[in-house]
Design a protein around this ligand. Structure first.
Ligand SMILES: N[C@@H](CCC(=O)N[C@@H](CS)C(=O)NCC(=O)O)C(=O)O
Length: 241
């Protein structure tokens, strides 16, 4: 049985989406970044890098196997269950290319989140840098999805799974999907899949958190809504010449 450690943030959502799509049994330990669960001694024993997600496969040749890094987990699960990663050389290479593209560029988008939503004071240089880089990534995606239904290999793969939970946050990136019709069509196609629809709400739906009483999540969500409407933070990307 796979045990997943994660929270209501984009990287862990990839794993619940995979497992729901694959329809395999798993157990989920729902945690919270806002309560520093990722830095607890117990969690650091599992992932010394202190980030979500991590999984433990409890019986690999009789021993537990710990994996962290969302891309590594997706490849592991795809190979374990023989799903969503084609075996034909070109298709597999294309899928892995877009998977690694997403994982390696996620920090730019994560920094757009950080400087648009969470930073204590507005920092124009950083907001512009990460908003513009994120906009460039959206333009690349929009072109890529021009004549494709799926990210890679003409089929639903882990390259789609890795991307979906990030695109859910497009408003935080200063992006309107109405301006990116190809991404919007792909996003709707993904949302219509029952496994994606279930997995995106595990352990909690986007913007929802465990009711521990330790953090005032209503206050947090009010602050996020205010940031999305505050012109000092909600800068638009620079126009492209
Ligand atoms: N490269 C890692 C990144 C994981 C990551 O940054 N996860 C976020 C949640 S989406 C996190 O745990 N952040 C904690 C922090 O920034 O301290 C992966 O793809 O798994």
């Amino acid at each position: 049985m796979i045990k997943v450690y994660g929270c209501s943030a984009p990287n862990p959502k990839k794993i619940s989406i995979f497992l729901e799509e694959a329809e395999v049994p798993y157990e989920y330990v729902g945690l919270s970044l806002f309560e520093n669960d990722n830095r607890s001694p117990e969690y650091l024993e599992i992932n010394p890098n202190g980030r979500f997600p991590a999984i433990i496969d409890d019986d690999v040749d009789g021993e537990p196997l710990i994996i962290w890094e969302s891309g590594a987990i997706l490849v592991y699960l795809a190979e374990k269950y023989g799903k969503f990663l084609p075996t034909e050389t070109r298709k597999r290479a294309e899928t892995l290319k877009w998977l690694f593209w997403q994982v390696s560029h996620a920090p730019y988008i994560g920094n757009a989140h950080m400087y648009r939503i969470y930073v204590p004071e507005p920092r124009e240089y950083e907001i512009k840098r990460f908003t513009n880089e994120t906009a460039r990534l959206y333009r690349l995606l929009e072109d890529h999805l021009e004549d494709r239904e799926w990210m890679a290999a003409d089929q639903f793969t882990i390259a789609d799974i890795t991307l979906f939970p990030w695109i859910q946050y497009h408003e935080w990136h200063g992006q309107q999907l109405e301006d990116s019709p190809n991404i919007l069509r792909w996003f709707e196609r993904m949302s219509a899949r029952p496994g994606v629809a279930r997995g995106k709400d595990i352990p909690y739906p986007v913007f929802q958190h465990p009711p521990s009483g330790k953090v005032d999540y209503d206050k947090l969500n009010t602050k996020i809504a205010a940031r999305l409407a505050d012109p000092r933070y909600a800068l638009k990307p620079d126009p492209v010449a």
